[in-house]
Design a protein around this ligand. Structure first.
Ligand code: AMP
Ligand code: MG
Length: 339
């Protein structure tokens, strides 16, 4: 009897110990900040596999950065931009399939062959310049994603065309990171790629994550609101992210392929909330170009795929119906409904 009691005691205490350490293990966070894709990134994964998951994700980020950077000499985009054609990897093919769909569905507002215009305005070199009408005409003649073709694993650009995946690459990357986290047994984590956030699961305490959305007219860190999410990406496009000023006017980096100018269609920021990072990133750029009216219409037709927060140049905040219980803001908001 005495022996049994001691035996039980040992079993119980070791059980208790294991219980505590299991909880601690689950809650331990591994975080890392890195600089890639021209931006500061922060990765966090919870649980005992956090560290290995973050390290694997970091490798993948550098790999994708290398194949898509417009300046990496052994990258796919750099070489295809130079030669007009080349073999593409599975990752690039997937991203371009999204780009094709978005280009068609947004009637050209989203266009990865925007590179000649990005270059003309100086966004690729930081040698900023407001182009002349003639320069714009020439560059615009080289833009049009419909001339780009993919056959098997070979991509061919239209004549004199060049591509820029900057409007969609980070969203694909954040989705890939979530996959890598999962492959390593991580069930809770988050990444922020230059303000584009994607979260895996909930926080370890079971609560949703709170992701702040920047006030496009405020200072860095000032928010227009915050959204509570689990297993979602929250991606914002705004003119304030990259711009230059000349003669008192501001020119930003999201170009309207129809005018050749930085898009000015009433929106100063577009945030997309979706399960799909690649889609969300492409859409944030596309809907910014489309402007308030067309973007809301687009959401109505595709409301099953994403939710959105639109901030207009008159400081109005539109929030789509599905977010109404998950969006907190001190501003007056208007709910956009499907019907
Ligand atoms: P984002 O911050 O996701 O809106 O991406 C902005 C980036 O997308 C720019 O820096 C360009 O690399 C690229 N871009 C600009 N205009 C367009 C456009 N109309 N369609 C596709 N990509 C674009
Ligand atoms: Mg984008």
């Amino acid at each position: 009897m005495a022996l049994l009691a001691i035996g039980m005691c040992i079993a119980l205490s070791s059980c208790k110990k294991a219980g505590i350490s299991e909880k601690a293990k689950k809650e331990q966070a591994y975080s890392k900040d890195i600089f890639a894709m021209d931006t500061y990134m922060s990765l966090t994964a919870y649980g005992e596999h956090g560290e290995e998951a973050v390290k694997a994700a970091e490798e993948e980020i550098h790999h994708l950065d290398n194949i898509w950077s417009i300046v990496s000499k052994d990258g796919e985009v750099y070489n295809i931009n130079k030669k007009g054609t080349g073999e593409i990897s599975k990752d690039t093919k997937t991203v371009l399939e999204y780009a094709k769909r978005l280009n068609e569905e947004t009637e050209g507002a989203f266009d990865v062959t925007i590179y000649p215009l990005m270059d003309l305005w100086g966004f690729t070199t930081q040698k900023y310049h407001v182009p002349t009408k003639e320069e714009l005409r020439q560059a615009m003649a080289r833009v049009g994603q419909e001339y780009m073709t993919i056959e098997d694993d070979t991509l061919t650009l239209g004549e004199q065309q060049q591509m820029d995946l900057g409007g969609i690459a980070k969203g694909y990357t954040s989705s890939r990171i979530m996959e890598i986290f999962k492959e390593h047994g991580v069930t809770s984590g988050m990444v922020s790629l230059g303000g584009n956030v994607q979260v895996l699961g909930t926080k370890v305490n079971g609560d949703k994550w709170n992701v702040g959305i920047r006030n496009p007219k405020g200072n860095d860190g000032e928010l227009i609101g915050a959204v509570s999410v689990a297993d979602r990406t929250v991606i914002t496009s705004g003119g304030y992210e990259r711009y230059f000023e000349e003669d008192g006017k501001t020119y930003h980096h999201i170009i309207d392929p129809f005018t050749g100018y930085p898009a000015e269609n009433g929106l100063i920021s577009v945030t997309i909330i979706s399960k799909d990072g690649t889609l969300a990133d492409g859409l944030s750029t596309a809907l910014f170009v489309m402007g308030t009216k067309q973007a809301t219409e687009y959401w109505k037709e595709h409301h099953e795929e994403f939710e959105a927060v639109f901030v207009t140049d008159e400081s109005k905040v539109y929030v789509t119906e599905g977010l109404k219980d998950d969006f907190q803001s001190d501003y007056d908001i208007e709910i956009v409904r499907v019907n």
